[in-house]
Write a protein that binds this ligand. Structure first.
Ligand SMILES: [Zn+2]
Length: 243
């Protein structure tokens, strides 16, 4: 018989895995860590933004328990005939560096963490599309600060927008996005076209005190993409007007 605490952990891991699988047809190690209550979603998000050097630092359990949970997760996945899909994890920063999970940084441990387990019920095509989407770089997020007293931790200057980095807020010039232009939300068509035409873009958010969360305000896009988008929409408008 297995020790009681292990049986309990196996149940918690299985429940977390089943919930994630039902919601999105695959399960990741981070789903398990969040699902068993060892990792809060806020910390996970900070890690994805490159503000936490490795994920295990933010997990509220010791390394033995974490590896036990990961072992239980893999045996659950095998027992349920899920298929493995190794996924890229890159940070939500302009540098796009590979995110690190473990204290040790050991290659096989990192690979195990990056592995997503996919439902066998999905067709090969759907599995492929899911894998592509999961490996895609996450959107960059830029903050519209509440007050302008902030200072860039790199150059000491301030600005209209900032990007949170591990060591503090940075200005757009220092993160290499200084050339982008702000497009406030409002015109869905222009937004969609400008985003599609811009090789680099970032989502602009503002912290709402009432709702205690970040809300989307618009995009930062390349000036050329913005001009093209506006031009194409104007042109559509002229075509629609009967002449
Ligand atoms: Zn700066």
């Amino acid at each position: 018989m297995r020790p009681k605490h292990e049986v309990q952990l196996a149940d918690r891991v299985a429940r977390a895995a089943e919930a994630a699988l039902a919601a999105k047809s695959f399960v990741s190690a981070t789903d398990i860590l969040v699902g068993v209550g060892w990792l809060d979603a806020g910390a996970l998000e900070r890690w994805r933004r490159g503000q936490i050097d490795f994920l295990e630092r933010a997990v509220q359990a010791n390394l033995n328990r974490i590896s036990e949970a990961m072992r239980l997760f893999r045996s659950w996945a095998a027992a349920n005939s899920l298929s493995e899909s190794e996924t890229a994890y890159v940070s939500r920063t302009p540098q796009r560096q590979t995110l690190r999970f473990s204290v040790s940084g050991d290659a096989s441990i990192e690979a195990a963490y990056r592995t997503h387990w996919v439902s066998p019920e999905l067709s090969a095509r759907k599995r492929e599309r899911l894998a592509e989407k999961a490996s895609a770089s996450p959107e960059l997020v830029v903050v519209l600060p509440r007050n302008k007293d902030w200072k860039c931790h790199r150059c000491g200057r301030s600005g209209d927008f900032l990007m949170m980095e591990a060591t503090g807020p940075a200005c757009l010039q220092c993160v290499g996005l200084g050339d982008l232009e702000y497009l406030p939300a409002g015109d869905a068509l222009i937004t969609r076209r400008a985003k599609a035409a811009s090789a680099r873009y970032a989502v602009v958010v503002y912290f709402s005190r009432n709702r205690s969360r970040y809300e989307r305000q618009g995009l930062l896009v390349e000036p050329k993409a913005l001009a093209e988008a506006k031009g194409s929409v104007d042109l559509d408008g002229q075509r629609r007007v009967p002449g």
